[in-house]
Ligand binder design. Structure first.
Ligand code: ARG
Length: 456
């Protein structure tokens, strides 16, 4: 395709390092879409004849057919997906195919294809994350009152409800969806028509190709159009943040399904056995989601390093932009699907969570707050007195609500019967009615809000 001034063939090593068809073939459909829009525009602008465009359109449709039913002949000899498709078009319609590449370059072509590819996948993530949110919401709907210990430092802190915990992730994944949407709006500009780097003398209509491909507008600077890969970096950043959220939920599942926690069980569908220990049920899927975050964030770092310090405009370095994105997106799609499956599959164990919710003096803050509210103590003094009562309970091997009133009165004589109202985990969560708090009434109200937003 480009050998006019060459008399010798590239060496095998040159060929090996240069060829990208093995991975950029994934942009085949986007490449055809871009070429069809470009050829139509060339014809409307009188740059190629209508009859030639008609032949090109038919040929490209045939190519698309071959791509879709997997009969397209991908060949290393043609370097990348762009040259492969043009070569195949030439075989199908003859010399007319050579008119397609008028007023464009592979530089604006690849930038266009890649943007289209990323854009298509971002839409997929939005739908997949909505499904994940629905699975978590389904759990929340059944567990708005179900007590569990809330943790800080992975130490029991204060009782919360399992429904509240599920909704925390619904919120996180909502922000991930918003980030992807924001990324999409910024990437949705068309590089097509920037040509190699400087624009073109042909009277092209960039608005027309931009509209035809669903972009918001053509990119305003031809050098930027062929050089920019921040859309891919931004997509990878969003991917990496989302993967981090998935890994936190995955880690919680690993903890919760352990014998020590026993908070939830996963079914046979999302666990595996051990080949030596017959009793084992391992949360492999959750562990793999946790691990995939490494590969995904690695992809972000990898592309950042490829782009760092590249002079304008196009450099072949940028051919290495696709693999990290393909890998990270594949990993994220699988991770979201796995978490959606596991979230729906989780069977929460109300008894063991309730027991844990009341352990480790989890209502000590409630006691301190009661001393402030009912006895008018300054919070710091209440905190200190509560600490002494906890030490006393620890001494006697009792939970706070199991201590006698007399015992508590030894620390603070003004304490009265009313204190028992706040010492149980159930009353503790019910009292957390501040906006965003874990009170079951709040949780139910939030569940309703999300059901309306997510339609399920
Ligand atoms: N395969 C190339 C890539 O992915 C296409 C652009 C080639 N442009 C060039 N001037 N060699 O970046």
């Amino acid at each position: 395709m480009w050998g006019g001034r060459f008399s010798d063939k590239p060496s095998d090593i040159m060929q090996a390092i240069n060829v990208s068809i093995s991975f950029d073939k994934r942009m085949a459909e986007q490449d055809v879409r871009g070429s069809k829009a470009h050829a139509n525009m060339l014809a409307v602008q009188g740059i190629i004849a209508d009859t030639d465009n008609a032949a090109i359109q038919v040929g490209l449709d045939d190519v698309l057919g071959e791509i879709k039913d997997d009969t397209f002949p991908y060949r290393d000899g043609f370097e990348d997906i762009h040259l492969n498709i043009e070569a195949r078009l030439t075989e199908l319609i003859g010399e007319t195919a050579g008119r397609l590449h008028t007023a464009r370059s592979r530089n604006d072509q690849v930038a266009t294809d890649f943007r289209l590819w990323v854009r298509d996948r971002l839409d997929g993530f939005d739908g997949a994350l909505a499904d994940l949110q629905r699975a978590l919401l389904g759990q929340a709907g059944k567990t708005a009152d179900m007590l569990m210990p809330g943790f800080t430092h992975l130490q029991v802190a204060q009782p919360v409800t399992f429904g509240h915990h599920m909704l925390a992730y619904v919120e996180m994944f909502a922000r991930d969806r918003a980030r992807f949407a924001d990324c999409k709006s910024r990437l949705n500009e068309s590089p097509l028509g920037a040509a190699a780097l400087a624009g073109t003398p042909y009277p092209i209509d960039r608005e027309m190709t931009s509209d035809a491909l669903g972009f918001s507008r053509p990119m305003a600077n031809s050098l930027d159009a062929v050089s920019a890969r921040d859309f891919a970096l931004e997509a990878l950043s969003c991917t990496s943040i989302c993967a981090t959220h998935l890994s936190r939920l995955a880690e919680e599942m690993v903890l919760w399904t352990s014998t020590q926690f026993g908070f939830v069980t996963l079914s046979d569908k999302f666990t595996t056995g051990s080949s030596i220990m017959p009793q084992k049920r391992n949360p492999d899927a959750a562990e793999l989601v946790r691990a995939k975050t490494g590969c995904i964030t690695g992809a972000l770092v990898s592309l950042t390093m490829v782009m760092k310090g590249l002079p304008l405009a196009y450099s072949k370095d940028m051919q290495e932009d696709k693999k990290p994105v393909f890998d990270a997106f594949d990993a994220l799609a699988l991770a979201i699907a796995a978490m959606t499956g596991m979230s729906a599959d989780m069977n929460p164990n109300a008894n063991s969570m309730a027991k844990a919710a009341g352990a480790a003096y989890s209502t000590a803050t409630d006691l301190a707050d009661w001393l402030v509210r009912e006895l008018g103590l300054p919070f710091r003094q209440a905190h200190h007195a509560t600490g002494e009562i906890v030490a006393l309970a620890e001494d006697r091997g009792k939970a706070l609500h199991e201590l006698s009133l007399e015992a508590m009165q030894k620390v603070l004589p003004q304490i009265n019967e009313g204190v028992f109202d706040v010492l149980s985990p159930k009353n503790s969560v019910a009292s957390r009615t501040s906006f965003g708090g874990t009170a079951p009434d709040n949780v139910r109200a939030q569940i309703k809000v999300w059901q309306e937003r997510l339609g399920g």
